[in-house]
Design a protein around this ligand. Structure first.
Ligand SMILES: Nc1ncnc2c1ncn2[C@@H]1O[C@H](COP(=O)(O)OP(=O)(O)OP(=O)(O)O)[C@@H](O)[C@H]1O
Ligand SMILES: [Mg+2]
Length: 441
């Protein structure tokens, strides 16, 4: 930019000087030609003296043969022997007007010059040469160059300072975030990033915080899950160990005790195998390994299979079930859905009082089948409702009845089908589980 400014400045100045020079030359050559035509050499001398100025402007008039008639700088010109060597003179004698920059006639300074032939009625009267010094201008131009260079230097300095500051203000929060990410990577989830900038970095910090929180809760879930699993596995195993110990220490010989202890071992190993089965199921569902064999199935057939499987348990507790299921076809994996319904029915029976009733109803709207399973049992406290679908979550009232995996498995199965499951309960009125499943389209 500086270069461009200097160049245009220079070009503009030279251009305007040249135009000026040309205008003077035209005007003066007319006056000189008049004088020459009248052979009035005195007037030629006067014009040349009046307009020439020793240091700045030199005016010369030559005759048609190229010998000097008048000059504004006689002292210098006395030393010149051959005028044809001076730039422009011989071209002008040939009838061409010439203009340009050249060195001074004897000095080394740059001068702008113009040479014009003067003709009247086709007859060459002589030539006029004007040259002006560029010294003044060049001095000024050097000053301009220095000014621009200084401005350039200051600009570069300021830009460096500003961009340095800017870069640092950008890199500081990035460094803070990097350290934060390193800490999160090491498993330290407790700090929070505070970046006070209202830009993308701020949003990035918010996202990093959210990520850290999510990782923290996943980490906690994982720890809790492991603790729960080992606890739940240890109980039946140690029960079996204790029983076997007792049998070894002599209980085998007492028939009544022996039968009871064998019964305990049987029950505990059954519980253990059920638990392992549930855990594996949950693991597979969670990891998305279980592939659903989705096909159109009759909802009614799945529900009646589940009821049939629970018949003995219901009879034992004298619980009856009332079914009001519309004739709907849903898209699903019948074995998996059966498992979900079994878990829900199991709860409904388990948490019902004897002689109670369970109601199963299903209806369809445009795209979904809505199924509700309602019991008349103890119900679920409002504070527990949001958490009962979590793994290993049991309410304080029912902690002896199960390990808390049934609903977690049911929810994952239903969600893998693209459906949803919710629970509601009013104090003392039992619980209602509501499911939605996609209808056959
Ligand atoms: N129909 C219901 N009535 C009252 N409480 C229920 C009912 N269904 C579930 N709950 C509560 O929700 C908790 C979680 O149920 P979930 O089926 O997941 O576990 P569980 O029945 O205790 O154990 P599991 O099903 O693994 O043997 C239960 O402990 C119970 O407190
Ligand atoms: Mg259950």
């Amino acid at each position: 930019m500086s270069g461009y400014i200097l160049w245009t400045f220079y070009a503009f100045f030279m251009q305007s000087r040249q135009t000026d020079l040309e205008n003077w030359a035209t005007a003066l050559s007319e006056s000189v030609a008049d004088a020459l035509e009248e052979k009035d050499m005195q007037r030629v001398q006067i014009i040349v003296r009046r307009y020439g100025a020793p240091a700045n402007i030199t005016l010369r008039v030559f005759d048609a043969q190229g010998s000097l008639l008048a000059t504004s700088d006689p002292r210098t010109d006395r030393q010149i022997t051959n005028w044809l060597l001076i730039s422009g003179v011989s071209e002008a004698l040939d009838g061409h007007s010439v203009q340009g920059v050249t060195k001074g006639v004897l000095s080394r300074e740059d001068r702008l010059y113009i040479v014009k032939p003067m003709t009247r009625n086709g007859q060459m009267l002589g030539i006029l040469r004007i040259s002006i010094t560029l010294e003044q201008f060049q001095k000024q131009f050097v000053r301009v160059i220095w000014t621009i260079l200084a401005a350039l230097g200051i600009t570069i300095l300021l830009c460096t300072l500003v961009s340095n500051r800017l870069a640092r203000s950008l890199s500081k929060p990035i460094e803070v975030m990097r350290n934060f990410a390193i800490r999160v990577g090491r498993g330290q989830f407790d700090d929070k990033l505070v970046i006070r900038q209202s830009n993308e970095l701020d949003q990035l910090a918010t996202e990093l915080n959210r990520m850290s929180e999510r990782l923290k809760s996943l980490d906690n879930e994982r720890r809790a899950f492991l603790a729960n699993v080992s606890h739940e596995l240890r109980t039946p195993v140690s029960n079996v160990q204790v029983t076997i110990d007792a049998l070894e220490r002599g209980a085998v010989d007492e028939p009544e005790l022996r039968d009871r202890f064998f019964q305990t071992i049987k029950e505990e190993t059954k519980r253990l195998s059920g638990l392992i089965h549930d855990l594996l199921d949950l693991g597979r569902l969670e990891a998305g390994v279980t592939l659903l064999e989705i096909q159109a199935i009759a909802l009614e057939s799945v529900i009646s299979r589940a009821i049939r499987a629970m018949e003995v348990r219901m009879q034992a507790k004298n619980v009856t079930v009332e079914v009001d299921v519309a004739d709907l076809r849903i898209m699903g994996d019948s074995e998996r859905l059966l498992q979900a319904f079994l878990n829900l029915l199991d709860n409904a029976i388990k948490y019902s009082t004897p002689n109670a009733r369970i109601f199963i109803a299903a209806s369809g709207n445009k795209q979904q089948a809505l199924i509700s399973i309602r019991d008349q049992g103890s119900g679920i406290p409002e504070t527990d409702l949001p958490r009962i679908f979590e793994q290993f979550y049991t309410t304080s009232r029912s902690s002896k009845n199960g390990v808390g995996l049934g609903l977690a498995i049911a929810r994952r199965i239903i969600e893998a089908h693209g459906g949803s499951i919710t629970a509601s309960s009013k104090p003392g009125q039992g619980a209602v589980f509501t499911l939605s499943l996609p209808l056959e389209s």
